[in-house]
Design a protein around this ligand. Structure first.
Ligand SMILES: Cc1cc2nc3c(=O)[nH]c(=O)nc-3n(C[C@H](O)[C@H](O)[C@H](O)COP(=O)(O)O)c2cc1C
Length: 180
């Protein structure tokens, strides 16, 4: 099984979640984890499963303006967050918009504040929708991993992400055994 995990991350949480998901999948085969700025024009059809995640900004995927706000927040003297090396790059929204129609299996995730999704929104909803429009079959419901109000990953979320990755790989194996 060949898996690609693509992530966007301003403060490092979605990056950590992406690495944890990859650890959960690793027993099942080869996993590549890349920040969205480094995916370039990789041939996605070469992967059995493509997993795409980003932070929730203003109820959905980030935009140039929200990434700028995040950079400004990180620059405040009382800031508790630090910027990822790739934070200034384009986000998942722009990358997905640049992709040609494709096929294969995919799934979406996000990070968002620990509160009801109706209030916070969730980037994975838009990511999943776009993946489907591109031609991917979504093998599972999208998932959110939660941060506190200081944008710090809640306890236990990395473990949960690892287990989620593990269950995705099992589901992928199961879907291959179903008669078509
Ligand atoms: C500009 C901005 C807007 C945000 N808007 C939301 C939001 O609408 N809903 C939410 O749950 N979290 C929101 N957040 C919190 C982010 O979801 C959180 O910082 C992110 O998940 C952390 O991921 P990262 O460390 O990978 O950047 C926002 C954060 C920023 C900087």
């Amino acid at each position: 099984m060949r898996t690609l995990v693509v992530h966007e991350s301003m403060f490092g949480n979605t990056h950590r979640v992406a690495e944890a998901i990859a650890r959960g999948i690793a027993p099942f085969g080869e996993v590549t984890t890349l920040p969205v700025s480094q995916v370039g024009d990789a041939d996605l059809s070469g992967y059995d499963l493509v997993i795409v995640g980003g932070p929730t900004h203003v109820h959905g995927m980030s935009r140039e303006s929200t990434r700028r706000s995040a950079q400004e927040a990180a620059g405040q003297s009382d800031s508790t967050v630090t910027l990822e090396p790739n934070a200034a790059s384009e986000g998942i929204r722009e990358w997905l918009a640049s992709l040609p129609p494709t096929h294969g299996m995919a799934v979406a995730f996000d990070t968002r504040i620990d509160a009801p999704a109706l209030l916070t929104g969730r980037a994975s909803k838009g990511i999943g929708k776009k993946l489907r429009h591109l031609g991917f079959d979504l093998i599972a419901e999208s998932e959110s991993f939660l941060v506190d109000k200081e944008s710090c990953l809640e306890d236990g979320e990395e473990i949960r992400a690892e287990r989620w990755g593990h269950s995705l790989a099992q589901q992928w194996g199961h879907s291959r055994r179903q008669p078509r």
